[in-house]
Every structure is written in C-alpha cells, then in structure tokens.
Design a protein around this ligand. Structure first.
Ligand code: ADP
Ligand code: MG
Ligand code: MG
Length: 483
C-alpha cells in the first residue's frame, strides 16, 4: 500500500503462516518480562489491588508485537508536539477566549461549569501563574484513505502511561532481539522511548524553579487506582534521578489536610507543596462531594506549580479543540505561518452543533461522525446510529443541550491483524492503532525552560470497538516499528 510519501505500510509478519509454537514461546517470554520489569497494573479481581502497592498485580494488556508505522508520520507527530505545547500555553493566557468559547457549554454541562467557575475566580483575583508546567499527550490516528495523520485530541490533564509506554517499547525490543531473526524484524526499528525520564525531568525542573528545597511534588490521585504502577514509575524516576520527593494525596485528603499559608504556599499535612501533578480531577466522578471541589479551588489559589492549571485544563477540552480548528483562530495564538500550517494539517473536521448543515449531514451519514461530550478517560463518545438518534432528539427538544457536544469527522485507520495479550491469554484479532506523542512545556515568566516532545504511546484496539482507552478496558499498550 502506497502512502502519500511513497512509504509502504503492510503487516509486519505473516499472521496466517506464523508458527503457533513460536507465538506461544513469545507470549511466555513476554509475560515473564512484564512481571520482572513492572509492566503491570492492579488486578481488578483482587480487592485491595487499587489501594495497596504490591498486592494483586497483573501484567498490563499489551500487543505481542509492535505495529508498523510510517517513519514520516511518526516524525511529523514528534515535530508538532512543541508547537501544540506553545499553543496550549498561549491559549491558557487568554481567559476571555476560554470563557467565551465555553459559555454555551457552561449552561448545560455542570462539570465544565464548575471548572469555569474556578477559572473565573482566578481571573477576578488576577491570579498569575508565572511558572507553567504542561505534561501533554497529543493523540492521532492515521487515516487510511487520505494517508493523513489526524489528531484525535490533545490531553492536558492526567495523561496516562508515561511509565508503562516506555516499558512496552522495551518489551518489544527484547522480544525482537530474541525472535527478530525468525520474524525478519530488526529491534532497532523501534524508536527509543524515554517519556518516564523526560516527564520526571520536567517535574524536577519545575520543582527547582519553585525554589523551596523543603517542598515536595504532590501527585493528586484517585482513592482507588489500578494504574498506580505507571505513576510509581514516574515518581521513582523523580526520586532516583533528581532526588525530588513525591507524596500521593486524594482530593478529599487535600481538602482535609490542606491549607493556604499567608504567603500563598500550599501546605498539605504540614508539608509545603512545590508542584501539583494531577492524575485525578479530570472526571465528574473525581468530585463526589463539595470537599473535592474545595480542594481543587484551594490548590488553584496557591503558589504551587499546577500540572495542569485550570487554564491548561480548560485549553484541553474538546470544545476548545473544535474552536481552534475554526478559520483564523490559530492565527490569534501563533505567529509562525509554517507552524500554523503544520498544525492545521493535523486537524480533522470539527464542528459545533449549532451548524445545521453539518447536523443534517450527520443524521444522514452518522457512520462518518463521532459525537463527543466534554469528558476525558474514554467511554464517553457517541458513534453510529446513536449519533443519529441523539442529534434527532436534540433537534426535537430544541434546548441548548447540544452545546455539551462537538461533532468530529470519524477517522478510519488501517485495520490489521494483531496478537493481543490480556490476563495471560493471547488472541489474534483485527485491530486499529492510535499514536500518542508526549510533550513537556515548562516556563518561568519569559524564560521557556523546556518545550519538547518526550516519547510516545501506541494503543491498539480491536477494530470492532469504537473507543480506545487501555484503563477503560478497550485497548492494549503497544509500540511502533518504523517502516
Ligand atoms: P477521551 O478524552 O475520553 O480519551 P477521545 O477523543 O480520545 O476521548 O476519544 C476516545 C476514543 O474514541 C479514542 O481513543 C479513539 O479510539 C476513539 N475516537 C475518538 N475520536 C475519534 C474519531 N474522530 N475517529 C475515530 N475514532 C475516534
Ligand atoms: Mg482525553
Ligand atoms: Mg483519548
């Protein structure tokens, strides 16, 4: 198959002719490797596995072999990462743009409305974030027909798998070192992947900028977290490489133990906090009571570096993604024409639901669209016939509820055979993949300290499934084999 740049993409191995015994050997080796190297998650079948480290671990779901990916598209995704970082930073500074763009959404989406309330309060206080840290992941699918790398979304909060993604690349490299000769594959074609150390470096440098040697990094966590080892890998790198200590607190604990000192320092259980790294707080379920909202506001008011700040969080919503794709909007935030052109080329069709032409087209051909609410974490989007039903219902009701959603062009990546390994069992299936490229951005006032791509995550899911989250149970972790 020819891509635009003339690069051939075909399945890596002959999945029909492959020796079954070889597959079983590789699965066995991969399972041992995962257990020994911490490519693990909490096992939901074991009661305390989401709370107590070391209890009830199971290997993270993974693809047995990396997926073929064209080198030019991989390079492009890496190249635009710093531009997206800069864009998010610029957008975050335009409080009016964020409030205006989300003003209709605010009326019908209680969760977004609460976030906007915190944002409004910060605007009223004239709160200035001098040290700004973004740890992002921009996700893409390669559209088979157009051969375009199209952005699915840009995550600015709680980007998962900076730790486990590196391990999957290492697992695949290790398998190819042993079995590559039989398979005709070269382990060197798997690009190096160092997200865990790059993110640790960014957290450490933000900590340094904060400039209080006694302060610590605080990871905001969910009360139960089955993906805790991914987070622990990052904190271990932070401790071992940079000698920076991290504590873990839930939003409820921060409400109970946190206070704002008179100089603006955030203190939690008597400990000064330099950097707040959110791995919770992105979903309505993270705020079961007012306590959690109080904690979020308390943190936002403090001097601590927030990853993300409320502005960065809002800049990563789907509504803002859609607004940025409108004509002449990128130009408000970026100066370099080439940069603008590069980003725009990654944008899929994105529409707000007040566009009647597009609504009618989507009712006619719902299979070509995805309907998205302002939510994170997977499992929230609407596909296929449900798009049609929901759009018709919204038209009938004539309320403003449509403002909760955006419409997006559905992207159709190439389907290929894959071995998916889950819970110690390998099965072959037809699958599609989504590439995520991590980016880190750190600045203090006018000084940009870091603006870089930091590594990648490939996620592969059976092609019959619409959604793609690994934690949500739809996808497996994967890496790439450059072609
Ligand atoms: P979330 O913030 O919940 O991860 P996403 O926008 O990433 O929301 O959507 C979740 C999943 O749905 C993606 O990982 C992808 O598998 C699928 N998806 C999202 N948008 C599209 C699209 N435009 N075309 C095809 N699949 C999509
Ligand atoms: Mg997301
Ligand atoms: Mg996503």
């Amino acid at each position: 198959m020819e891509t635009q740049a003339g690069i051939v993409s075909k399945p890596l191995v002959d999945f029909h002719g492959i020796d079954e015994e070889l597959v079983q050997k590789m699965v066995h080796d991969a399972l041992v490797w995962s257990s020994l190297h911490g490519l693990v998650v909490g096992d939901k079948n074991v009661q305390r596995s989401g709370k107590v480290p070391g209890v009830g671990m199971v290997h993270a779901p993974f693809a047995l072999l990396p997926v073929a990916f064209p080198e030019n598209h991989f390079k492009l995704a890496c190249e635009v990462a710093p531009i997206f970082n800069q864009l998010i930073d610029r957008v975050s500074l335009d409080g009016k743009f964020l409030q205006d763009s989300l003003s209709r959404t605010k009326k019908v989406d209680v969760f977004t409305s609460r976030l906007l309330d915190i944002h409004s309060k910060m605007l009223e206080m004239n709160k200035i974030e001098e040290i700004r840290l973004g740890l992002h992941r921009s996700d893409y699918m390669l559209d088979e027909q157009t051969k375009l790398l199209l952005q699915i979304e840009l995550n600015t909060i709680s980007c998962s798998f900076p730790g486990l993604s590196c391990l999957v690349s290492e697992l695949h490299r290790s398998l190819l070192k042993h079995y590559g000769e039989y398979l005709g594959l070269d382990s060197k074609r798997i690009p190096s992947n160092n997200t865990v150390n790059r993110f640790a470096e960014a957290l450490a440098k933000a900590w340094t900028e904060y400039n209080n040697p006694r302060a610590v990094v605080m990871v905001v966590v969910q009360p139960e977290e089955h993906n805790m080892y991914d987070q622990h890998l990052l904190c271990a790198a932070l401790k071992e490489k940079y000698n920076v200590k991290a504590i873990r607190k839930t939003l409820a604990e921060i409400d109970a133990e946190g206070e704002l000192l008179s100089d603006g320092t955030l203190s939690v259980a008597g400990q000064a906090i330099a950097v707040i790294y959110f791995r919770s707080g992105y979903a309505p379920t993270d705020y079961p009571s007012e306590a959690e909202w109080r904690a979020r506001l308390l943190m936002e008011q403090s001097l601590a570096v927030k990853c993300p700040s409320i502005s960065y969080h809002l800049a990563g919503t789907k509504k803002i993604q859609q607004e940025l794709a409108q004509p002449n909007v990128l130009e408000r935030f970026l100066d370099d024409k080439e940069d603008i052109a590069k980003l725009r080329k990654c944008f899929a069709g994105l529409w707000s639901l007040d566009d009647t032409d597009i609504i009618n087209r989507a009712i006619e051909r719902p299979d070509l669209f995805v309907m998205k609410p302002q939510r994170e974490g997977g499992g929230n989007n609407i596909y296929g016939d449900d798009v049609k039903q929901n759009l018709k219902r919204l038209q009938r009701d004539g309320t403003e509820e449509d403002a909760a959603f955006i419409l997006m062009q559905r992207i159709f990546p190439t389907v290929s055979s894959t071995f998916l390994v889950r819970n110690g069992i390998c099965h072959k299936d037809r699958a599609v993949s989504e590439l995520g490229v991590y980016g880190a951005y750190l600045r203090n006032k006018d000084k940009v300290i870091i603006n870089d791509q930091c590594g990648y995550l490939m996620r592969t899911k059976v092609s019959s499934s619409n959604e793609g989250g690994v934690a949500a149970g739809f996808a497996v972790l994967d890496s790439i084999y450059l072609t």
